[in-house]
Write a protein that binds this ligand. Structure first.
Ligand SMILES: Cc1ncc(C[n+]2csc(CCOP(=O)(O)OP(=O)(O)O)c2C)c(N)n1
Length: 541
């Protein structure tokens, strides 16, 4: 037996995280996590200081989307963790495997000392899959268990408390938790359930495929394309799965989710389908119009990695397994490509007309057009919640999976900027553009300092309509006067400069095109503030 030096628990935790592929942590420290931070640095995990813990949680989500390793959020006890609550909730509904490590009061003080203390596990109980406390004896296995839970579908957050005394405690051996190598067995094309689903697809007169959040993976793009072409079935995606097949493809009807205008065209197609094939579809992204949207006579077949937990609609046949293998095995022997009547073309035209850019003056539609013009396949867009997001998600043509990232289940505002930071921080070679409203920007404006500190040349496009436009729209629809939705215009150019970036205000399409090209070539962040009107969305989203 080699004579091992004692190891700090913080180092065991950090090296176990590293062994699971984690290279970045996000958060804001407090006195209770300083030893953990030291351990992370020694293990080769870089810590990014955010200005708010919820933003840090969403940066960690961005890092997960960029690289696939679980996100890591580090907070101090009490107010630090409480500040992260909304970001952790976002991870629940956006299905992000997020490990949250918080400081906690040391054992010897418990029951006596009250400053900044509350029951942290109880606070997070509605959100996390589990909460454990790291002890000197259990550090490596508990980290492994937490990560295994977080990365089990549906992905989600798991919480670990780590007190400063435990983090600094020395243990004799040096255990490191390593992830299991998981192989998911392939499905055989002869499987009777797959054969039955294939027969239904073959005999359907009007099949429709709906792909959702769980299918939003780069490796499923080609198999999904093969499936819809073989079956001759149109494809509707959720916002999360937007771009799974290039939206220029004649079978793609685009994204559905939050737009009544798009639903007006898409829900009749859904209702007219005699076979609906759901691929990784989770209606957590959908509004009430998607309650029971299928015809009573339609057969509903679901391919899913894990059955989503809801009661939004019925399913007749559920095939549970690894989606890649399910898709491939289903498409094999399907025959095709099959060409059907011209319905998709007509729906595509009507959708394009519904979201066409008005000719009168520069507005939100022109911003989406300008973004479409500069979008390259390797550009990733993030977009915030609000009226602008609905327009963008419907109108922008995405050409690849996960080209547009957003909070589409939880729909919190203040996500576009931190998501962009998480993406750019972990994959600097990626071109990242963050699109947001003035309300969203002003909620997380402190993170402009994070952009500056990290020297991240992200392009920010702000639709400055001086309004919480989506809420103003809802007030108007309800016949109510606007109340609490006015956002007197701030000087965004000065704001950007104050935080060490460039700022430019644009009022027409040519200026926006120029600003975008310059921003995307710049070595620091640029905030492009687009003067638009809240009226741009009335009757148009
Ligand atoms: C944290 C949070 N607070 C409030 C809301 C409710 N909300 C949804 S959209 C929206 C308006 C956002 O305004 P802005 O960012 O300016 O975008 P716009 O709607 O004007 O495009 C609000 C307040 C929310 N989703 N999340």
């Amino acid at each position: 037996m080699p004579d091992l030096q004692p190891t700090r628990v913080a180092d065991i935790v950090a090296s176990s995280l590293h062994a699971h592929g984690i290279r970045h942590a996000f958060g804001m420290p407090g006195g209770e996590v300083v030893t953990l931070l030291d351990g992370l640095a020694r293990a080769g995990i870089r810590f990014t200081l955010a200005r708010h813990e919820t933003a840090a949680a969403i940066m960690a989500a961005g890092a997960f989307h960029a690289g696939g390793a679980p996100g890591l959020l580090v907070t101090t006890l009490g107010p630090g963790l409480a500040n992260a609550f909304n970001g952790i909730a976002d991870a629940v509904q956006e299905r992000v495997p997020l490990l949250v490590i918080s400081g906690v009061v040391e054992r010897g003080m418990r029951g006596r000392y009250t400053h900044q203390i509350l029951d942290q596990a109880a606070m997070l109980r509605p959100l996390v899959k589990a909460s454990f406390e790291i002890e000197p004896e259990n550090a490596a296995p508990v980290v492994a268990r937490a990560l295994a839970l977080a990365t089990e579908r549906p992905f989600g957050p798991v919480h670990l408390d780590l007190s400063p005394e435990v983090a600094a405690a020395l243990v004799q051996d040096r255990p490191v938790a390593r992830p299991a190598r998981v192989t998911r067995l392939a499905h055989h094309p002869d499987d009777p359930a797959l054969q039955a689903a294939r027969d239904m697809l073959r005999h359907a007169e009007a099949p429709l495929v709906i792909a959702g959040a769980d299918a939003a993976r780069a490796d499923l793009a080609a198999p999904l394309l093969a499936l819809i072409e073989s079956a001759g079935a149109p494809l509707v995606t959720t916002y999360r799965a937007k771009g799974m097949v290039d939206e220029g493809h004649e079978l793609v009807l685009g994204a559905a989710g939050l737009s009544p205008l798009a639903d007006r065209e898409l829900l009749p197609v859904v209702r007219a389908a005699d076979l609906v094939l759901l691929v990784g579809y989770d209606p957590i992204e959908m509004r009430p119009g998607w309650l029971d949207p299928f015809a009573a006579t339609a057969r509903v077949v679901e391919l899913t990695a894990a059955a989503p937990d809801h009661a939004m609609h019925r399913v007749d046949i559920r095939l549970v397994g690894e989606l890649l293998s399910l898709l491939q095995a289903l498409t094999e022997r399907l025959g095709g490509p099959r060409v059907r009547p011209t319905l998709p073309g007509q729906v595509r035209e009507r959708l394009a007309a519904a979201f066409a850019t008005p000719a009168d003056r520069f507005g939100a539609h022109d911003v989406v057009d300008a973004l479409s013009d500069v979008l390259r396949p390797d550009t990733t867009l993030t977009v915030d919640s609000g009226a602008h997001r609905i327009l963008l998600s419907q109108k922008l043509r995405a050409s690849r999976p996960l080209q547009l990232l957003q909070s589409s289940g939880w729909c919190t505002i203040g996500t576009a900027l931190p998501l962009a930071i998480g993406l750019k921080r972990t994959t600097p070679e990626r071109q990242v553009v963050a699109v947001m409203g003035d309300g969203g920007l002003e909620m997380v404006a402190g993170e402009l300092a994070t952009l500056r500190d990290l020297a991240l040349p992200v392009t920010l496009v702000v639709l400055q309509d001086a309004s919480l436009a989506l809420i103003a729209l809802k007030q108007a629809q309800a016949g109510l006067a606007p109340q609490g939705v006015a956002l007197p215009r701030s000087d965004h150019v000065a704001l950007a400069r104050a935080f060490g970036g460039d700022g430019v205000e644009v009022r027409d399409a040519p200026a926006l095109g120029r600003a975008l090209r310059e921003a995307m070539a710049s070595h620091r962040f640029t905030l492009i503030s687009c003067r638009v009107e809240a009226q741009d969305y009335v009757g148009r989203i």
